[in-house]
Design a protein around this ligand. Structure first.
Ligand code: BG6
Length: 486
């Protein structure tokens, strides 16, 4: 079943936020929750209990939330914000401190005392290393029980490779249970990303164009202009490849290629099936030269502005990639033979997430004909552009570009991605959360490349901040006779 939007939280709820003083909470979660309050999508009774090691009490925590909202929103309604933060509470503790969990349990019980059918949730905005400890303590303290299960939201990436993922998965399943786990990739909360699937559904002509007899290749780019913004602790052992490809880019590719489902079919199964079809183009030659033909990567240098090695808390000899590119193929008959070129990088020329579907060369009937292309720009200057061509006046058939475009602005019920996903978790709707199967498939695909990247001998070309990545990545795609768009 496809979920309908315009959701509001149906029941009173309490949400425990682990990592309450962290970066994600400040820049994304508090502003998203505030927007839900502003749009009257939260119930009268709800409580958000921040948990972290930092030294706060309710008052100073509410100030942190107020400041975060003000910093990340263009305008705020002070009255609504004041009422909103009165629902926030704080519990200090480490993630293995049972006494702190027990104190939190008492507090939550007290808050929920007069509520009817409350829903409990926990959001793990913390490194995967502490997931098990948190899950066990949620059980031991009685916060999570069969009678009142905690819907547990876990941020991507789940683990750092297939092995660590399997171990986290086991611990989560043993303590919390699969039905209560919501694996969150915030790209799946973005309207523009969901639209990749719906555009195909609503436009049968597009769906007919999307096949290997017409398409030459597909480019999926997620360019970021920003750097680490204080997240070296997470990023330096993760890198762009794990951070952006394992979930965000593969999910976009899956939504583009998954079969359109009938109402009684499972959406998430169809999405996982599409992911299952992707493979790295086979190469019988496993030499470094051959491997370099499949993937490219790079690190932003400090030639003109602050480079990666100048970022706070990054060691001067770090070999973490801040750029990566990858070529995939799909086994489905519809996409057979079409190359999918994925790339992402930090500190690039612009912030833009884009799918470009390149069609095959037209027959040469005159000057100026170039292949048709459909760009779906999901972020940045969002829009959809169909590149066609039209004849110039004159006897000779000469052509000029013709661009059909629309800004693809979200109309209707547009919420920030974390707000949408939180509301869906409160409703128990899982369609736009990842499944364990999808995460497992993604790690399977990524692991061999990551292993190659981890070798000291693997080249790590530099690129200039403000560019579109290393020259080597241009040469890499050039070997297939194509180039990146823009
Ligand atoms: C996160 C990554 O998942 O996505 C970040 O951890 C990245 O490194 C971010 O910057 C990009 O998200 P968005 O929504 O800004 O494209």
């Amino acid at each position: 079943m496809l979920c309908t939007l315009m959701l509001s939280a149906p029941h009173p709820f309490s949400l425990i936020l682990f990592g309450a003083s962290g970066h994600l909470a400040s820049i994304k979660l508090y502003p998203a929750l505030y927007i839900l309050a502003l749009k009257k999508r939260l119930p009268e009774n709800f409580a958000i209990v921040g948990y972290s090691r930092s030294d706060f009490d309710d008052t100073s925590f509410r100030k942190l939330v107020t400041d975060s909202v003000k910093e990340h929103m263009e305008a705020v309604n002070d009255k609504i914000l004041e009422e909103f933060v009165s629902h926030f509470f704080y519990q200090q503790g480490t993630y293995d401190d049972l006494a702190a969990f027990q104190a939190m349990e008492k507090r939550i019980k007290e808050l929920e005392k007069k509520w009817k059918d409350p829903v409990r949730l926990a959001y793990y905005s913390v490194p995967p290393g502490v997931y098990s400890s948190i899950s066990e303590h949620l059980c031991e303290s009685g916060i999570h029980s069969d009678a009142l299960p905690v819907r547990t939201i876990v941020e991507k990436p789940v683990g750092g490779d297939l092995k660590s993922f399997e171990s986290i998965k086991k611990k989560l399943l043993d303590s919390i249970g699969e039905e209560n786990i919501y694996l969150l990739d915030h790209y799946l909360g973005k309207e523009a990303v969901r639209n990749v699937y719906y555009l195909r559904h609503a436009n049968p002509i597009l769906e007919r164009l999307f096949k290997n007899t017409l398409i030459s290749h597909v480019e999926i780019t997620a360019a970021e202009s920003s750097g680490l913004e204080g997240r070296a602790g997470y990023f330096d052992h993760t890198g762009t490849f794990r951070d952006m490809f394992q979930s965000h880019l593969l999910m976009i590719a899956s939504l583009l290629t998954m079969r359109l489902i009938e109402t009684d079919e499972s959406f998430v199964h169809a999405r996982a099936d599409a992911l299952k079809q992707f493979f790295l183009p086979p190469s019988s030659d496993l030499s470094d030269v051959a491997l370099q033909a499949q993937y490219a990567r790079g690190q932003v240098n400090g030639e003109t502005v602050e480079g990666y090695l100048d970022e706070d808390d990054v060691s001067s000899d770090s070999r973490t990639n801040t750029y990566a590119a990858l070529k995939l193929r799909s086994r489905t008959s519809r996409w057979d033979g079409v190359g999918f070129y994925l790339r992402s990088g930090k500190r690039m020329k612009l912030k833009e997430t884009r799918i470009s579907v390149a069609f095959q060369e037209p027959r040469k009937i005159g000057e100026g004909t170039t292949p048709n292309r459909l760009d779906v720009i999901l972020q940045g200057e969002a829009g959809m552009r169909f590149h066609l061509q039209t004849k110039l006046g004159g006897e000779e058939p000469k052509f000029r570009p013709l661009l059909l475009s629309d800004p693809l602005v979200c109309f209707g019920d547009c919420l920030p991605e974390h707000g949408t996903l939180l509301l869906e978790a409160i409703h128990g709707k899982k369609q736009w959360f990842l499944t364990f199967e999808e995460v497992q498939l993604a790690w399977r695909l990524m692991d061999p490349i990551q292993t190659y990247f981890d070798q000291k001998s693997t080249p790590l070309p530099e690129y200039k901040a403000g560019s579109m990545g290393p020259d080597e990545a241009d040469a890499w795609i050039g070997r297939d006779g194509i180039s990146w768009f823009a």
